[in-house]
Design a protein around this ligand. Sequence first.
Ligand code: G1P
Length: 289
Amino acid sequence: MTKALRKAVFPVAGLGTRFLPATKATAKEMLPVVDKPLIQYAVEEARAAGIEQFCMVTGRGKTALVEHFDVAYELEATLRERDKQDAMQLLAGTQVEPGSMVAVRQQVPLGLGHAIWCARAFIGADPFAILLPDDLVLADRPCLSQLAEVHAETGGNVIAVTEVERAHTSRYGIVDPGADDGRMVEVKGLVEKPAPEKAPSTLSIIGRYILTAEVLPHLARMERGAGNEVQLTDAMARLIGSQPFHALRYEGRRFDCGDKAGFLEAQIAFALKRPDLAPAVRDFLRRYV
Ligand code: G1P
């Protein structure tokens, strides 16, 4: 029987150099899309998929990420005193069960695989989700919930994938596809950031994974891959054959918020979904284009 999925890991130790100077003294995952920081979207998505335990893999200067999910006593007391119900309501998504969130440090930036390995004590022997907050998914049904549904059926490992232009395969982990029913794809192989002419397909991994703990011993080998980093993709590839491994073409739109243009596009797309903002945004967009 497949163990229930209750744990999620959030690798958030990156320096955010692509967003300097904004990220000089602030974590890039604290940058808001409309009015909510990227990390909160990720935590809310995890919670919607039944996750109860959260592990942030952080680094120096990233304490705001953990603070964000703590009680802000003075702020909350002041809001209560002034009877600011609406403002209090806005904080609801930042409240997590006492003791349900932990942070571990990734002291050196050796890659995504190394970041996940840093969470090994938290993961233990349980299946776990990974959410990369840079990848923001706009979907009617949250992306991780879609993966969790597949995972409950298939067990093993499930990753979210989307088609990219062949010219862009070198930015992503790419799937070597087996049986494909148009929605779910059997994963025969995985390659991290292949050159377009070497990519086995144009199906790219986005930052949503459900994996078994068996990936940990492969990460522990600390083998360097693309970019001389310890790659999660390489460790996952070693599970293929011994465990079920599926990719899901999720329903929704993904925005790469690690990229300036992607981040700006996310602002517009998410604002257009908000009844309080959409009319004004539609109106000013018309004036610009
Ligand atoms: C990471 C993964 C890559 C994946 C991507 C999704 O790359 O290594 O396989 O496709 O996230 O955003 P990074 O963006 O950290 O270079």
